[in-house]
Design a protein around this ligand. Sequence first.
Ligand SMILES: O=C(O)CCC(=O)C(=O)O
Length: 265
Amino acid sequence: MSEQHNLTYSLSKEELFIYRRHGYLIREQVFGAAELADLTDSVERAVAAAYEQSTRGRTYHLDGKRFVDIDHMTVQFEHGDMSETIRVIEPAHHLDAVLEALAEDPRIVDPVRSIIGVDAVSIWTNKLNLKRAGEGSGFGWHQDSPYWVHDSDHVDLLPNVYLAFDDASAENGCLRVIDKSHLRGCLPGKTDGSQLAGFFTDPACFDEKDQVLLEAPAGSLVFFDPHSIHGSEPNRSSNPRRAMVLTYQPADYPMLKTGEVRNIG
Ligand SMILES: O=C(O)CCC(=O)C(=O)O
């Protein structure tokens, strides 16, 4: 391990090799119990703020699912009839000071610098994916790149960092990735006639047998490539599966939804 690696949280050569080969990498228990307690309090404050703001947002439905746009933020609700449970908030870092600080945390940002191969990065987007106990819905298999390619000319340079706020298991719907799928670039979407079809990867393009379950204790980080096919099952357990997915890009580029430039540091 180099002196540089001891001083920072950059990925080692071996870690970078694994990330590039497989399209993902796990670092377990990077955040400790006391930090996770602060972070989950912050997540719940952010959810309460987003819920309050959603009452004055613009509501629309896609494939029967409820979305609300409030300025540059989108809130998605759970799919059950009239559910008032928030499923996803994007972006979310601005909703609470602890999440603002998290977006700048070197344990998240230094590895991203190694992956992109630059010293300076900026925020592309981030999401709170909440998956509440017993009702949190799954995410169909998809790549992020086909969704982002319309708004970014450097879609290869948008690595994701998934932070698990709770222990993530098969039962509560942990993140899953299709091993090495990132090597194939942007793949075609489904064509089943639904409004969101194009966001989900055509099942003929991959084999579910290649999926890897990213079961990991709370506080772990999963770094994954914008071209990696990923998704997750519903939360069928009595434990929450809350997570934040933070996505970065080289410095000086605007954020996905707000158009604001948010350089780190
Ligand atoms: O949180 C998950 O399980 C999946 C997240 C995801 O697919 C996404 O945010 O694009």
